[in-house]
Each structure stands twice: as C-alpha cells, then as structure tokens.
Design a protein around this ligand. Structure first.
Ligand code: FRU
Length: 450
C-alpha cells in the first residue's frame, strides 16, 4: 500500500512519489504547519525543480498537498528558499479581506517572489518573476525573517562573492531590498539560516547562523550586521552532511507560536521503488552554556508524544556481557523510541549501548555504542554529564536519529533496516565489563500517514 514500502519512513515525511531534496519555506499559519520542498515529481533523481507542499496540524502527521510552484507556470529556477507570513500586509499584496499574504522566495543567481492570498493553496508570481535581488557572484537559497527590533524584513542569502559567505539584505515591504552587509566564512556553503535563541532560556538573546552542512556559529545581530567571536564553526548534527549523505539543508519554521525555533532537515539517501529522500524528524533548538562554551542543543519536538503508544520502562538494571541481562528481551519493533540513561562513570565496560534489529542468531543491523575510553557516542564526541550518558533514539524503517545527553549531540543516519518479525529484537549490551542502566523508556511510534 501507499507509504508502506521497505525503508519508507512511517513517522518521517517523504514525498508519496518522486524525488525530494531541501525543505523550503517551513512556516506556521492559522493552525497549520506548512512545509514545501525541492521536488521532482517525475523521477527518482534530482531534475527540473518544483516546490512540493505538505501540511501538518502538529509537526508530526503530514498530508501531501498539490504541487505549489511549477516550471512553466511560475517563472525562474524554482530552487531553495524561504517563506514568511506578511501579517501586517507590508507588501501590499493582500487581496481584499482574504488571507494574509504568504510570500515565498526562490531562486538561483537572483531572488524571485511568489505569493499566496488563499492560505498557501495557490501561488502567483510577483512581477512576472522579476528578480528583486541582483546577485553578487554565484548566489542562492534566500532565508527571510522579520526582525522585530528594527521592524524590518531580513534576507540572508548564500553568495560566493570573494569566497563563501552570506549577503544580508533588509526590506520594509518584502519587495524592495537593500544590501546591508556581508558575513564571509570559508565553511558557509548553501542554504543559510539565521535565528535568535535565548541563552539558557534567559534574557540574553544570541543569534545562530548555520549553513546546509549544519555547521554554525553563535553571535550577535543588530538588524544589519552579524558578528561573532567564533573562529571555527560547530556542527549541529554529526550525520554525514552533504547532498549524498544523511542530513543536509535544514531550515527553521517562520511565524512560530511562542517563538519556538523548530528546525527540519533533509535526509538524503533514503529511497525506495517510488520515492527518494525524506525529511528528518522536526527538532526544537535551544542554546545552552557548557564548560567549552555556548552550544546549540537539538531534540525531537515534544509533539512526538502524540504518536507514542505501548510505553514500557525499566530502571536500575545491571547490564553485563551476558545476553540474559538484556531487559528488552521479548520487545520487538521497527518504529519506536528509546531513551536510555547509563552510569558511564561507574561502568567497567569499555563499550555499552543498544543493538537494533537483532536476530536469534545474535546478529543485528546497527549498533549504537558509547565508547568510554574515546568518550564517543556512535563515533561522535560526547563527554558524560554528571557521570551519565543518555541515548535518545528514534528508529524508523530507513531512518535512525540519535540524540545524546539531552540533544548536546545529534546524529541523523540512514539505515536500511531489515523488515520482518525475525529481525526486530532490541538489546541493551555491554562489552568488556558492566554498566548500570539507570533508566530506559520504550514507546512504539504510530504511523503518521493518512
Ligand atoms: C542544496 C541545493 C541548493 C539549491 C537546491 C536545488 O541541496 O543545491 O543550494 O537551491 O539544492 O535543488
């Protein structure tokens, strides 16, 4: 049936058919989350970009909508971009009493505008696809947001003028743009995003600038200029960050209730007979202070609770090298969530963690290991916090997301998990000694598809 092929995510958005790459113009409007995406509906590879569209009442259940932007109908190269809700009608594009204008920006080597006055059902090209920004160098992937302090719209767009970086433009009406400044950095390539985050949930607001590979720096933004003292970027997700990899091109939703910063990324590499690519599970971003400095922490949105069923929990178990110490004997699944906390400081095991999709003969599809000597989770650096290591896993049929220590580490991966009941066991394991499993929660996750 639809959305039921091997490796097809059951709680991750993917196009019903065809190719998807970058998320575009994620935004909230009147009780609905809208997500657009780079889409080729006619084949399984990248070709002739359209904007696909999907909507969700809760960031979790998605219903694919008709194609939004189509070559031949909407002029220009319909490449990646962002969208905003023009609640105050600054653009003057509002039509009578109809809905607020939703304005989306696309383009490569110049930015074009399309807008909707029917709640994102249909879009009209502004001024026959005239480019409203003249590119400097090679340029693409505009992200636009409202900057409350200066009461201006801000556009951040990748450009290679004199090297990698972003050009920043401002506007009062979304239509006329003024060049404001440039932030140059070698690492900064494609699909930039910029957004404010309160430091440790307090009054101090810092700005995060990230690129398609999910590298980021933290700094300050005054409405015109982004400044940072960071010399090297950090990585928000440790998955393989390239267009053929396991995570790329994230964007945060605009117009969010309560100023939440919710990000959705592209997971390249997942494919089946009828589609290629899917979205990662939406994550909420926060900024926290650690001994090494400020870091973005990234966790699945709390709306995941709406698809949790069959909760089970365990606590204070000693895990040894004996398979008999596995508390999850008898549990099986292919779409589930696990949160496990381990006492890393008190462990004698050199390595511990979870084995996914285990079989009776002891084999398995994937190991999620904490290595105590290296202080790595799934190969990425993560020191214990207060002696503890937590692993929060989202396991879907072709998608695996790992969040360590409350989102300090995140790792998006693709795994073509083996289907069938003989290959769906789960083990908590230890190698070379023991570890205390402080607590473990397990939930089945329901299928999201209509
Ligand atoms: C990133 C990207 C963007 C571009 C789009 C085209 O994956 O190359 O830079 O706008 O994809 O589909």
């Amino acid at each position: 049936g639809a959305y039921d092929e091997p490796y097809r995510g059951q709680f991750h958005f993917s196009p019903r058919g065809g190719w998807m790459n970058d998320p575009n113009a994620p935004l909230y409007y009147k009780g609905m989350y809208h997500l657009f995406f780079q889409h080729n509906p006619h084949g399984l590879g990248w070709d002739t970009m359209h904007w696909g569209h999907t909507t969700s009442p809760d960031l979790v259940h998605w219903t694919q909508q008709p194609i939004t932007l189509e070559p031949g109908v909407h002029p220009g190269d319909l490449w990646s971009g962002a969208g905003v809700v023009d609640k105050d009608n600054t653009s003057g594009l509002k039509a009578g009493k109809k809905d607020d204008p939703i304005v989306v920006f696309t383009g490569t080597n110049g930015v074009t505008i399309n807008y909707s006055t029917d709640g994102a059902k249909t879009f009209t090209s502004y001024d026959n696809g005239r480019k409203v920004v003249t590119p400097r160098g090679e340029s693409r992937d505009p992200k636009v947001f409202w900057h409350q302090a200066t009461r201006k719209w801000v556009m951040v767009v990748w450009s290679n003028e004199g090297g990698n970086g972003v050009d920043i433009y401002t506007s009062r009406n979304l239509l006329d743009w003024t060049f404001a400044s440039r932030f140059a950095a070698d690492w900064l390539f494609e699909c930039p995003d910029m957004y404010p985050l309160p430091l440790d949930g307090g009054r101090t607001v810092k700005w995060v600038l990230n690129d398609a590979s999910m590298e980021y720096v933290v700094g300050d933004f005054d409405g015109t200029r982004f400044a940072t003292t960071w010399t090297a970027p950090q990585r928000m997700d440790r998955g393989r960050n390239d267009p053929g990899g396991t995570v790329y091109a994230p964007l945060t939703f605009n117009n969010m209730p309560k100023n939440r910063i919710v990000q959705i990324a592209w997971q390249p590499g997942n494919r089946g007979g009828s589609w290629t690519g899917n979205a990662g599970f939406p994550t909420e971003l926060k900024l926290r202070t650690f001994s090494e400095g400020m870091r973005v922490v990234r966790n699945p949105v709390r709306e995941i609770s709406g698809i949790r069923t069959k909760g089970r929990s365990w606590s204070q178990r000693t895990i040894t090298e004996s398979p008999a110490s596995n508390p999850l004997t008898g549990i099986a699944g292919d779409t589930y969530e696990i949160t496990a906390e381990f006492d890393a400081a008190g462990a004698t095991a050199s390595e511990f963690g979870l084995l996914l999709h285990t079989r009776a003969d002891g084999s398995y599809d994937r190991k999620v290991a904490y290595n105590r000597a290296d202080q790595t989770l799934y190969g990425a650096p993560l020191a214990p916090e207060n002696g503890r290591v937590t692993m929060h896993l989202l396991v879907d049929r072709g998608q695996l997301e790992i969040f360590g220590n409350d989102g300090k580490l995140s790792y998006s991966d693709n795994v073509n998990f083996t289907a069938g009941p003989d290959s769906q066991g789960i083990s908590v394991y230890a190698t070379g000694g023991k570890v205390k499993l402080v607590s473990l929660k397990y939930h089945d996750l329901e299928r999201i598809w209509p």
